[in-house]
Ligand binder design. Structure first.
Ligand SMILES: [Ca+2]
Ligand SMILES: [Ca+2]
Length: 138
C-alpha cells in the first residue's frame, strides 16, 4: 500500500528547487491529477501545512502534513494495525509495529518506533488503541 516517499513527492512539486512549495507549484501539480481543483483549495491546504506560520511550506512541514493526513481517521489506523496482530492478542510486537508503520507511510525509523514504544508500552508489547492515541500526538 505504501510506496510513497513524501520527500521525493516534495521535490517533484518544488519545480524551482528553492526548498519551499509555492501555491503555483502545488496548484500545477494537483491540477494534473484533479483538473477541477481550485486555487482557493490549494491556498488553504498550504496554509494548513505551514505549521510555524511563516508563510512558507518547507519539506519538513510538507512531509509532516502528509503523515498527519494518514492519521486523520483513527478507526482506519486501528483496523490497519489489527491486520498486523497475527495472533489477535490485541498487542503488537516491535517488529509488527515497524511493519505496520512502514505500510502506513509513517516514520518507522527505529528511533521513532522506540519513542512510541516508550510512550505507550510497559512491557514492549504495544496496545494498538494506545498507539493510535500516541500517533495522533506525534
Ligand atoms: Ca518552490
Ligand atoms: Ca513554514
Amino acid at each position: 500500500m505504501c510506496d510513497i516517499n513524501w520527500s521525493e513527492v516534495f521535490e517533484e512539486i518544488d519545480t524551482n528547487g528553492n526548498g519551499v512549495v509555492e501555491v503555483e507549484e502545488l496548484f500545477d501539480h494537483l491540477s494534473n491529477v484533479f483538473p477541477s481543483i481550485s486555487r482557493y483549495t490549494v491556498e488553504s491546504d498550504l496554509e494548513e501545512y505551514d505549521t510555524n506560520k511563516d508563510g512558507e511550506v518547507t519539506k519538513a512541514e510538507f512531509v509532516r502534513a502528509m503523515y498527519k493526513r494518514y492519521l486523520q481517521n483513527p478507526d482506519d489506523i486501528e483496523l490497519a494495525l489489527k491486520t498486523f496482530d497475527t495472533d489477535n492478542s490485541g498487542y503488537l510486537s516491535k517488529e509488527e509495529l515497524t511493519a505496520a508503520m512502514k505500510k502506513m507511510c509513517m516514520d518507522h525509523s527505529s528511533e521513532n518506533i522506540q519513542k512510541i514504544i516508550t510512550s505507550v508500552s510497559k512491557n514492549d508489547q504495544i496496545d494498538y488503541k494506545e498507539f493510535v492515541k500516541a500517533a495522533m500526538e506525534l
